[in-house]
Design a protein. Structure first.
Length: 157
């Protein structure tokens, strides 16, 4: 994919960037993802997948896989000084609000691998070395304060 054929450049290949790429790809938008690391993570920095995420994933045909390969958390037990202090049940959390009334554990590294596999199935993901300056027709970069969009020249990525 040349930089002239890219409509959106996504900075960051974590779950958020990969889901954005998957949504845009399904809409027919050409994307390119760049990340400071060459490979996806091998450890998890996040475990839980919330009901709203699974509702969104249902629209991307990901929810069934995540539920099947994850782990439902029925409850957590809280202990203080070696003694049981409380039990928080999650079996029916949000029961009347969602099709996914439970807390699901699906580690971030597995999550990223799933999203990458789906992008590869769509033919939207190729691993390219990014040592040369490249341009994109539109760069969307979210910072803590604002969103920047426009034509940019990228160097040294």
């Amino acid at each position: 994919m040349t930089s002239a054929s890219v409509s959106v450049l996504i900075i960051g290949a974590g779950p958020t960037g990969l889901v954005l790429a998957l949504w845009l790809t399904k809409l027919g938008v050409k994307v390119r993802i760049i990340d400071k690391t060459a490979e996806s993570g091998t450890t998890s920095r996040a475990l839980a997948v919330q009901a709203r995420t699974l509702e969104l994933y249902r629209q991307l045909d990901l929810a069934d896989f995540v539920v099947e390969h994850g782990h439902k958390v029925p409850a957590i037990n809280l202990w203080v000084k070696g003694e049981p202090a409380a039990r928080l049940a999650f079996e029916a959390i949000g029961k009347d609000l969602t099709a996914y009334p439970f807390l699901e554990i699906f580690p971030q590294d597995e999550h990223e691998r799933l999203l990458i596999e789906r992008l590869e199935q769509y033919g939207a993901l190729r691993r390219l070395p990014d040592s040369k300056p490249s341009t994109a027709r539109e760069l969307v970069l979210t910072t803590n304060e604002h969103v920047v969009a426009g034509d940019y020249r990228l160097r040294g990525l």
